[in-house]
Design a protein around this ligand. Structure first.
Ligand code: NAD
Ligand code: UDP
Ligand code: UDP
Length: 331
């Protein structure tokens, strides 16, 4: 019975933060998982615990080049996701989103696989509609420093919809909102990893701008559950689906919460707001609720507690020695 229901599943970007959690969950369900990654921001360490599993295979490959494998499903997650990582080599970021999507869609087309594209709330840019619903077209600066990521992901969505219309393919688009949890890169510059490392090491928490800008943070386990439901959904999915936690919080309140949960003496320091930083972001998840019967369950303090525990262990590890400052990707 297990053999009849288990699938061959390709996860691109599988050695990254989200990808490694996804691989773990798929392997636990008995699927045969091929993890493809060029280790640009991800690491073998994130999937080291899966390497001995007969249902897991790790391949070093860059998705901007063609890939010929036989699979039933493709989760296309490959792409640097944090602003400092995707701005480090913006041309490569756009290539990864666009050429990567073309190659994975071409592969899916040849082998008749279902494909889920990891898109992002960044397609809404500095949104003029709040909360953001999937039918909002967005407010993106096409020539700013975030555009390589925002426009790359928008083009990947276009390609998904055109492969669907032109070739009748089965594609799903997940618009992922800010997600956090264990295995975030300690130096990715994202707000949760920065604040957590800063609070645990006694450094000042760096709040950009006046800290009034808001985000909604989804715990990684909830997010992965949403992605897997979207992939398995048998009701036709005609367009993108927001996956995120609608609980909205300002960055200043986030800093205060992290300090309290970590029982830290760290002060708060204000720093300049980066260019094109969206002022508010919050998902409408009505479509995910209706289509997937999905809703996130993990409250922010519980998820942050688990994240703090994981980073504490990482900091105790003599080999990790993380510091909260900008870091280039591994290549
Ligand atoms: P991550 O940087 O931890 O993981 C991305 C993975 O892709 C890394 O392992 C990296 O090495 C790999 N990769 C990058 N370029 C590649 C290439 N050309 N070929 C093969 N592999 C490549 O980021 P993440 O947070 O795990 O994000 C995963 C996906 O989810 C991304 O597509 C991202 O845009 C999307 N997303 C994430 C968030 C979030 O909050 N984490 C929010 C919105 C969207
Ligand atoms: N491709 C791939 N693996 C496959 C099939 C296709 O990587 O198994 C890539 C290949 O680079 C191709 C792209 O996907 O150029 C788009 O494929 P499609 O069939 O849509 O168009 P083609 O370019 O082959 O006409
Ligand atoms: N931010 C902050 N301090 C930090 C890192 C980020 O105040 O040390 C802010 C950042 O300006 C943005 C929010 O936190 O307003 C979320 O930033 P992140 O890079 O995590 O994600 P994104 O901007 O892509 O939502």
């Amino acid at each position: 019975m297990k053999e009849l229901t288990s699938k061959r599943i390709l996860v691109t970007g599988g050695a990254g933060f989200l990808g490694s959690h996804l691989c773990e969950r798929l392997v636990a369900q008995g699927h045969d998982v091929l993890c493809v990654d060029n280790f640009y921001t991800g690491s073998k360490r994130n999937v080291a615990h899966l390497l001995d599993n007969a249902n897991f295979e790790l391949m070093r490959h860059d998705v901007t080049f063609p890939l010929y494998v036989e699979v039933d499903q493709i989760y296309n997650l490959a792409c640097p996701a944090s602003p400092i990582h995707y701005q480090y080599d913006p041309v490569q970021t756009t290539k990864t989103s666009v050429h990567g999507a073309i190659n994975m869609l071409g592969l899916a087309r040849r082998v008749h696989a279902r494909l889920l594209q990891a898109s992002t709330s960044e397609v809404y840019g500095d949104a003029l509609c709040h909360p953001q619903t999937e039918d909002y077209w967005g407010h993106v600066n096409p020539i700013g420093p975030r555009a390589c990521y925002d426009e790359g992901k928008r083009c990947a969505e276009t390609l998904c919809m055109d492969y669907r219309r032109q070739h009748g393919m089965d594609v799903r688009i997940a618009r992922i909102f800010n997600t956090y949890g264990p295995r975030m890169h300690p130096r990715d510059g994202r707000v949760i990893s920065n604040f957590v490392v800063q609070a645990l090491t006694g450094e000042a928490l760096t709040v950009y701008g006046d800290g009034s800008q808001t985000r909604c943070f989804c715990y990684v386990d909830d997010l992965i559950d949403g992605l897997m439901r979207l992939m398995e959904c048998e009701t036709p999915c005609d367009g993108p689906v927001n996956i995120g936690n609608p609980h909205e919080i300002s960055m200043l309140d986030t800093a205060r919460l992290v300090i309290a949960l970590a029982q830290s003496d760290s002060p708060i320091a204000f720093a300049p707001l980066p260019a094109d930083d969206p002022s508010h972001r919050c998902p409408s998840i009505e479509r995910a609720r209706g289509l997937l019967d999905w809703t996130p369950h993990t409250p922010l303090d519980i998820g942050l507690g688990a994240t703090l525990d994981w980073f504490r262990r990482l900091i105790d590890d003599a080999h990790a020695a993380p510091v909260a400052q900008a870091a280039a990707p591994h290549v």
